[in-house]
Ligand binder design. Sequence first.
Ligand code: PMP
Length: 348
Amino acid sequence: MREDNFRKVIPYTPGEQPGGRVIKLNTNECPYPPSPYVVRALTEMDPDRLRLYPDPLCTRFIKALSSYYKVPENMIFAGVGSDDVLSMCFMTYFNSGREILFPDITYSFYDVWADVYRVPYKTVPLLDDFSLDVEGFKAGNGGVIIANPNAPTGRLEKTETIEEILKANNDSVVIVDEAYIDFGGESALPLIFKYDNLIVVRTLSKSRALAGMRLGYAFGNEKLIKYLNDVKFSVNSYTLNTPSILAGEAAIEDDAYFKEIRDKVIKVREETKQSLKEMGFEFCDSMTNFIFAKKQGMDAKAVFEKLKERNIYVRYFNKPRINEYLRISIGTDEEMKTFIKALKEILE
Ligand code: PMP
C-alpha cells in the first residue's frame, strides 16, 4: 500500500472527559444544567420523528436565532457545534491558495483545519500582554481568523480593533470566533450589515449549557452564507439532528434562564479572579468562562498534575509562550472554592 493514499494530519487534542465524580474545569463547559425549555422540548419530542431525516435547513433553530438576534434568516448558518461551523468556514472561505493569518496563541484547532484542508497559513505573534498585533493582520492574505475573546488567554479585543482588521482586509474573509462573547464582550455582530467580508461564529456550548448537543451558528451577509450552505450541502446535508434542532430553538427562546446562568458564571469568575490575585497569580482580565493564569515560579505542569490527583481537572498546554499557565474553567461557586483550597494546599 502506498502511503500517499492517505490524508495524514496531526489531530486536535480535545480536553479530557473523565468519568466519575470530578471537578471538571478543563473544557469551558457550563456548570449549570440547560434551560428547562430544552428539557421539555426533548422529553416532548415524539420518538417517531427519529424515523425521518431531520430538516436539512434547520429551520426552527434558524428562525429562533433570527428573531432573537434580529438578523434575517438568509444571513444565518447552523452547524454541529461551532467546530463544525468553523471547519466549513475554512473549507469555504480559505480557498485562494494564499496564506491565511491567525495569532500564534489562539484556539488550537485553527492550524489543524488549515492542515487538513491544505490551507497555507502564517501566525501573527500576540504582543507580550497577549493583545492582537493589529498591524500584522494588514499584510496581504487569503483570509483571517480571530477568536474574540481569545482562547486560551481570555482576553477581549475592542470592536474598533476588529473593525480596523475588517477594513484592512476587504479582499478576504475575516472570521471572528465569538465562542465566549456572551460572558461580557461586545459582539462584532452589528458589523455584518456594514462589511461583506465578516463572518461571526457562535456556539450554544458555553453560555447556553449545551456542549453535549453540539449546536453552533454563524452570521454573515447573504452571499457568504449561501457559499457556506453550498459547501455544507456538498458534504453532508443533514448535519444537525432533530433533537438538536428542537433543543437549539428552545435554548434561544429561554432568554431569562440564559441570562441567569450567564450572570452566575460571571459573578463566580470575578470572585475567582479576586482569590487568584490574592494568591499572587497573574492573568489577563478574562471576559470568558475561564481564567488563564500563571504565578511566578510555579511549575504549571506539576500543579496541573497534582490537581488531577485530587480529581480536579484544569487545562495545561505544553506549548511555547504559554507553558507556565493553567487554564481554569469557571465552575459552580462550590467547585471554585474547592479548587482554590486545593490550589493553596498544593502551593504551600
Ligand atoms: N472556538 C473556540 C475559541 C473554542 O474554545 C471552542 C471550544 N473548544 C470552540 C470554538 C468550539 O466549541 P463548540 O464546537 O462546542 O461550539
